[in-house]
Unconditional design. Structure first.
Length: 136
């Protein structure tokens, strides 16, 4: 009985420790969705599309819309803008003259919501979401 009691107490202590360690991580961004998912520029006024990011977190508030993000047309946080489309800091995108086709719009935010967007980088951890802009 003594061995079973000790094992049970140790298992409970380990479970409490692991639970507390998980709680210490705090609120974290898990997913970014971008809407509209696909947008044809010719269907919007002045061919300018307003994209909106929504963040899904592991703790309340779980859903944040709009989520502050860094918008880009590249596939990483500090990628140069695409020559085909432009997106500004407010998420408004338009096609550059002469380009016809689909291009990606990317939204990036730090996993830790306490990290400012300006300090986001490879060492802070980021989450991204994407959408498509169709240029006529």
């Amino acid at each position: 009985m003594n061995g079973i009691y000790r094992a049970t107490v140790l298992a409970l202590m380990l479970a409490l420790f692991l639970s507390a360690a998980g709680c210490a991580r705090g609120r974290r961004l898990q997913l970014i969705t971008v809407s509209p998912v696909t947008a044809d520029a010719q269907d919007y006024p002045h061919n300018r599309v307003k994209f909106t990011a929504t963040g899904i977190f592991n703790r309340p508030p779980v859903v944040i819309t709009p989520l502050p993000v860094k918008w880009t047309t590249g596939f990483w946080v500090n990628a140069p803008q695409s020559p085909n489309i432009v997106i500004d800091a407010k998420g408004i995108a338009h096609c550059n003259p002469g380009f016809a086709g689909a291009a990606s719009v990317m939204a990036f935010a730090p996993i830790d919501p306490k990290v400012p967007l300006e300090q986001m980088g490879s060492k802070t951890g980021t989450v991204s979401g994407s959408a498509q802009l169709i240029c006529p």
